[in-house]
Write a protein that binds this ligand. Structure first.
Ligand SMILES: NC(=O)c1ccc[n+]([C@@H]2O[C@H](COP(=O)([O-])OP(=O)(O)OC[C@H]3O[C@@H](n4cnc5c(N)ncnc54)[C@H](OP(=O)(O)O)[C@@H]3O)[C@@H](O)[C@H]2O)c1
Length: 263
C-alpha cells in the first residue's frame, strides 16, 4: 500500500520526535551526558525518571523541568533497580524508554586492575543495564512498545591506546553484543534495543583528559572534526532512538564521535 500526499497517517517531523505521554528512565542523570539526555527527553514531552546516587544534583536538575522526577538509585543494587522501575509503573503506569547511561572507567593499565575492580566495572557498566532492561521488559504489558538505549563508548569498538582500560573496554564492547542479543530476543515483543557510542566528551569522567593540554591535543588531532564533543551533542542520537523517528531500527549502534572511529 503506497502512501499518498495528504494522508493523515504521514508523520510530521515534529510528531516523529514527540514523546508526549511517554515515560523514560535515564540512569546516571546527575551529571555529564546523562543529565543532557534527561533534559532532552523531557524537552520532547516525556516524563523522565532521572536516576543516580547524588540526589542533590538530581533535585537541582528537576528544578529546570517539572517533567523530570529525581530518583535516588544505585544501579548496582538490585533493590534500587526494582524500586526505580516499580515507581514508574506506580506513578505513571508505563515505562517506554530506558537509557542505560550510568558508568565509570576502571584503572588504565591492565596490570593495575584487580579482579575485584574488574568485576565492579562490569557490574556497573554492563550488568546493571542488563538487569534493569530485563526487569523493565518483564513489566511491559503485552502489546506495548518500548525503546531501550545502552550507552557504550568508542572504547567498545576500537582500541584508544595509550588511553584505555581493560575492564572498561570489555564492559563497553559487551554492551554492544548485549544490545544486539536483547534486540533479537525482544523484537517481536515490540521492544527495540539500540546502542549509542560516544567519542570523547568533556565531562566529570574525562576531567583528567580535557584538563591536560597534551591529552586534549591528542583528542583534537585524532578527531576528524578537530575537537572533543560538547555535552548535548549526543542528545539528538538518544532522542532519535527513543522516539518513533527510529521505529524500524533495532540492534544497531549509533556512533557519535566526531569521526574518531572513521579514520
Ligand atoms: N565522557 C565521555 O567522553 C564518554 C565517552 C564514551 C562513553 N561515555 C559513557 O557515557 C556515560 C556517561 O558518562 P559521562 O561522561 O557523562 O560521565 P559522568 O559525568 O561521570 O557521569 C556518570 C554518571 O553515572 C552515574 N553513576 C555512577 N555510578 C553509579 C551508580 N552506581 N548508580 C547510579 N548512577 C551511577 C553518576 O551519578 P552518581 O555519581 O550521582 O551516582 C553520573 O551521573 C558512561 O556510561 C560513560 O562510560 C562517556
Amino acid at each position: 500500500m503506497s502512501t499518498q500526499p495528504g494522508d493523515p497517517d504521514i508523520a510530521t517531523p515534529a510528531s516523529l520526535f514527540d514523546l508526549s505521554g511517554r515515560v523514560a528512565v535515564v540512569t546516571g542523570a546527575s551529571s555529564g551526558l546523562g543529565l543532557g539526555f534527561a533534559r532532552a527527553l523531557a524537552g520532547a514531552g516525556a516524563t523522565v525518571y532521572a536516576a543516580a546516587r547524588r540526589v542533590d544534583r538530581l533535585t537541582e536538575l528537576a528544578r529546570t523541568d517539572s517533567r523530570i522526577v529525581p530518583v535516588p538509585c544505585d544501579v548496582t543494587r538490585d533493590a534500587d533497580r526494582t524500586a526505580l522501575v516499580d515507581r514508574c509503573y506506580a506513578e505513571s503506569g508505563r515505562l517506554d524508554v530506558l537509557v542505560n547511561n550510568a558508568g565509570r572507567p576502571g584503572p588504565p593499565q591492565a596490570e593495575q586492575e584487580t579482579d575485584a575492580e574488574f568485576h565492579a566495572i562490569l557490574e556497573l557498566n554492563l550488568l546493571a543495564g542488563f538487569h534493569l532492561a530485563t526487569y523493565a521488559a518483564s513489566r511491559l504489558p503485552e502489546g506495548a512498545h518500548a525503546s531501550y538505549i545502552n550507552i557504550s563508548s568508542v572504547i567498545g569498538l576500537v582500541s584508544t591506546a595509550p588511553i584505555g582500560g581493560a575492564s572498561y573496554a570489555a564492559s563497553k564492547a559487551g554492551t554492544l553484543g548485549l544490545t544486539r542479543e536483547l534486540a533479537g530476543q525482544w523484537g517481536r515483543r515490540g521492544i527495540r534495543v539500540n546502542a549509542v557510542v560516544p567519542g570523547w566528551f568533556d565531562t566529570e569522567m574525562t576531567d583528567g583528559l580535557f584538563g591536560n593540554e597534551k591529552s586534549a591535543g591528542w583528542v583534537r588531532r585524532n578527531t576528524m572534526l578537530g575537537r572533543g564533543g560538547r555535552t548535548g551533542e549526543v542528545d539528538g542520537a538518544v532522542l532519535f532512538l527513543a522516539s518513533d523517528a527510529s521505529s524500524y531500527m533495532t540492534g544497531q549502534t549509533l556512533v557519535v564521535d566526531g569521526g574518531w572511529t572513521a579514520r
